[in-house]
Design a binder for this molecule. Structure first.
Ligand SMILES: [Fe+2]
Ligand SMILES: [Fe+2]
Length: 220
């Protein structure tokens, strides 16, 4: 059975992920490098394991997490859907089980808020939670503050973020520290509201409550 390691060993996957990140970097989008892929992958696996899902389902989560932004190669707009198709070919090449490929495609195709991503399966829900929790200053590539979009500013404001899963309480907490000199707590909340609501729905899909803490204030 194909594993995350097999996916990582694919030269085509590595090359396309790196090129996609370079392409969207050329239009000033935030960092979607291997670090983001690795982090999302590990977190997605972790969420599923902690909540008691099986090892194999968690492995599918790790693969979906790793590949989720590969569609940036084609266009930032709709990268979830184009990414699902690239994942299809890449995973077919690894002779992965068609049903497993389908789960991963559904998850990748539903991770974007702009494309009205929905929790179509457990992996999709875990992927949304993992991806949306990776907000950090280090992801902003622009160096000129005057060029920042609201999204850049909000990302730049974040000095620390962690997703805490408490299986016994069925509670998932996104705990964020922001530098309020860059952006206020309310501004953060306003700009990231759609992402946060998507995370809440994902937690609910996994029969958990979602909590958002910013600078120790409970906002959701
Ligand atoms: Fe994405
Ligand atoms: Fe992402």
């Amino acid at each position: 059975m194909a594993t995350l390691q097999d996916v990582k060993n694919s030269n085509l996957v590595q090359q396309y992920m790196n090129m996609g990140n370079v392409f969207i970097g050329n239009i000033g989008a935030i960092e979607h490098n291997i670090h983001h892929a690795e982090l999302t992958s590990a977190l997605c696996r972790d969420i599923l394991l902690k909540l008691g899902y099986g090892e194999r389902e968690a492995e599918l989560g790790a693969i979906a997490g790793y590949l989720h932004d590969i569609g940036n190669l084609i266009n930032r707009y709709g990268h979830g859907m184009s990414g699902a198709i690239i994942a299809f070919y890449s995973l077919m090449d690894l002779h992965m089980d068609p049903e497993e490929i389908a789960i991963i495609m559904g998850a990748i195709g539903n991770h974007e808020e702009q494309a009205q991503g929905k929790c179509v399966n457990n992996v999709a829900a875990a992927l949304i939670l993992a991806d949306k929790s990776d907000v950090h200053r280090s992801r902003v590539r622009k160096r000129d503050f005057a060029q920042f979009t609201p999204r850049d500013r909000v990302n730049y404001a974040v000095t620390d973020s962690k997703l805490i899963v408490k299986p016994e309480k069925r509670m998932i907490t996104l705990d964020i520290s922001i530098d309020t000199a860059v952006c206020s707590v309310m501004e953060y909340f306003e700009i990231f509201l759609t992402k946060m609501l998507m995370s809440r729905r994902a937690a609910e899909y996994l029969q958990c409550e979602f909590e958002l803490m910013i600078n120790e204030y409970k906002l959701l």
